[in-house]
Design a protein around this ligand. Sequence first.
Ligand SMILES: C[S@@+](CC[C@H](N)C(=O)[O-])C[C@H]1O[C@@H](n2cnc3c(N)ncnc32)[C@H](O)[C@@H]1O
Length: 256
Amino acid sequence: MPDNPSRYTLPPHPVLKGYYDDEGGRKKRVKQLFNSTASHYDWINSVMSFGTGERYRLEALERAGLKSGDAVLDIGCGTGVLARHEMDVVGENGFVLGVDPSEGMLQQAVARGVSRVAMGRGEKLPLQNERFDFLSMGYALRHVADLSEAFSEYFRVLKPGGTVLLLEIAPPKSRLGYHLIKLYMKHIIPLITRIGTRDKNAQVLMSYYWDTVEQCVPPHLILEALESVGFEKVERKVLFGIFGEYTAKRPAPTKP
Ligand SMILES: C[S@@+](CC[C@H](N)C(=O)[O-])C[C@H]1O[C@@H](n2cnc3c(N)ncnc32)[C@H](O)[C@@H]1O
């Protein structure tokens, strides 16, 4: 853990000049991309994952220990895929709040049945301390400005003993796997997206998706950033060589 956590910064990836010029430009561009493509997102997600994306997210929540009655925060909730599953698991005794900076995405989440949503970013949550038992972020980690800043916020809003689950893709380690997944995500998926949606922005979004995955800091730095803000039991499970599930706990107070 660094001596002064406030001085430890970790942007998830460098500035991607083909899309924007600086941090201010990144925020604006990412918001514009997600806003303008929100109505296509579920279709793209389903095609890209061969229809398995929804089920996979539910299983990941179960593996991370989400339970009935939990108070849940889903950050970067997008169209509410994770949040909707979370509502089913926590039931009437719990609640789920979905947060996202894109109003287009939040509208889709509400249409899906996510009843509590708020506009916000992972790096600066408009929420009080120690409010949630479980916090999730699905495939949105690459879009925050700074991982340490965002993780400090996650620590702050979780109750002691609370769990964080981050779903994120990382390129496979094998050369062949890497080239195959790059061909699929960088070229095939943006092309299918363009044909299926007839929307240039949706094609750019999917191209950007791969570029941020490829340029993202390695998983061990994400694990270290979680530890650096105070999380314990920090782990990463990997499925099929690319699907990462990061879990961590806010330490519970020790009994006297
Ligand atoms: C790829 S979508 C993921 C949606 C959903 N979580 C899922 O599992 O499908 C990424 C989402 O992150 C949101 N996002 C962008 N910047 C963000 C930030 N700084 N903090 C939180 N969410 C952000 C986008 O608006 C978008 O809805």
